[in-house]
Design a protein around this ligand. Structure first.
Ligand SMILES: [Fe+2]
Length: 323
């Protein structure tokens, strides 16, 4: 039971299903029925996002991450692929380089227990290093997105790959303004990249992933004032400034895009728009390791992607109790 909301986990999951159905705007009957009936070979994807590992194991975040990793390792069937949706660590924008590197080491030391399941990483706003710390050099190659790119071996934060007939396009929609604040936007180079990828692989079922959602109604659902007490200080940081531009690229491509995954809001939400499922996933850390996020428990998404292009989404909690 979440004592603040009076909602049990089982009830939360049931309501999520109802909410998802209620929010459907254009979901195709074909998609729904194929989710129920397909038995073709699956690719099991785990989308785990918003870990927010704290320094010095504050709020038992290391223990929590380890518990989530064990729950993922125990899944049957075993995952074929992990996508980590960003915000690996929490305080990195305020840290200097050695401290941020040390914390990222702590994260990777636990996360790599998932080996040999391959992981692809998405950049989150908490993965910036030094952007809120006036004492660190802005000219160091580790500044901003640099340390994340170096440590994870990513020459570019938007890229694509293919696995068992499914295409994956990882995007980076987290932008930095001169004051060191972040906002979300699809820049022209990434929209061009998506367009060319979709044109080149038009028939393949495709999943796009980014950190900050393309669309969300969650802010309206709970009231913006509720966000002010959390991590979200300004509206442009909640969802993309130009989500419609990405939706237009997808629609105009005529490609076989199935899913657009995001994290950031720490709350499970699914919108169906023009036959594409926009899934904003609940967080590994819940409400920054202080319990469920407005009724959404700590967890991750298990997504079975079938060779016929159908898929099934299940949000799994891992039994974490904050405090
Ligand atoms: Fe986050």
């Amino acid at each position: 039971m979440d004592t603040r909301t009076g909602v049990t986990r089982r009830e939360f999951l049931r309501r999520s299903l109802i909410t998802a159905a209620g929010l459907a705007t254009g979901v195709s009957a074909a998609t729904v029925s194929s989710e129920q009936t397909s038995s073709s070979e699956s690719l099991r994807l785990v989308f785990a996002t918003d870990i927010h590992l704290m320094q010095n194991d504050a709020l038992r975040s290391e223990e929590g991450l380890a518990a989530a990793v064990e729950a993922i390792r125990a899944l049957q069937p075993r995952p074929d692929l992990m996508v980590c949706g960003g915000d690996l660590t929490d305080p990195s924008p305020n840290l200097n380089y050695p401290a941020a590197n040390k914390l990222l080491n702590r994260f990777l030391g636990i996360w790599t227990r998932l080996h040999p399941i391959e992981t692809h990483y998405v950049f989150g706003n908490h993965d910036f290093v030094g952007t809120k710390n006036p004492l660190v050099s802005r000219y160091d190659s580790r500044f901003g997105k640099g340390l994340f790119e170096k440590r994870l071996g990513l020459p570019r934060l938007y890229y694509s790959f293919e696995k068992r007939g499914w295409r994956f396009i990882i995007l980076d929609d987290v932008c930095l303004n001169p004051e060191g604040d972040y906002y979300a936007e699809y820049k022209a180079d990434q929209l061009d990249f998506v367009q060319s990828e979709l044109k080149a692989h038009k028939e393949k079922p495709t999943v796009l992933v980014n950190h900050i959602p393309t669309f969300s109604v969650f802010g309206k659902l709970v009231g913006f004032a509720r966000f002010v007490a959390t991590d979200f200080k300004r509206r442009p940081s909640l969802v993309s400034r130009n989500g419609q531009n990405l939706a237009n690229v997808i629609r105009n491509s005529g490609a076989n895009v199935k899913l657009v995954l995001a994290g950031h809001l720490h709350h499970q939400e699914r919108l169906e728009i023009d036959g594409v499922s926009y899934l904003n996933g609940g967080a590994i850390c819940g409400n920054w390791w202080k319990g469920p996020m407005m009724g959404c428990p700590e967890g991750f998404n298990v997504i079975d992607l079938r060779s016929d292009g159908s898929f099934k989404i299940a949000y799994k909690t891992y039994g974490w109790r904050a405090g």
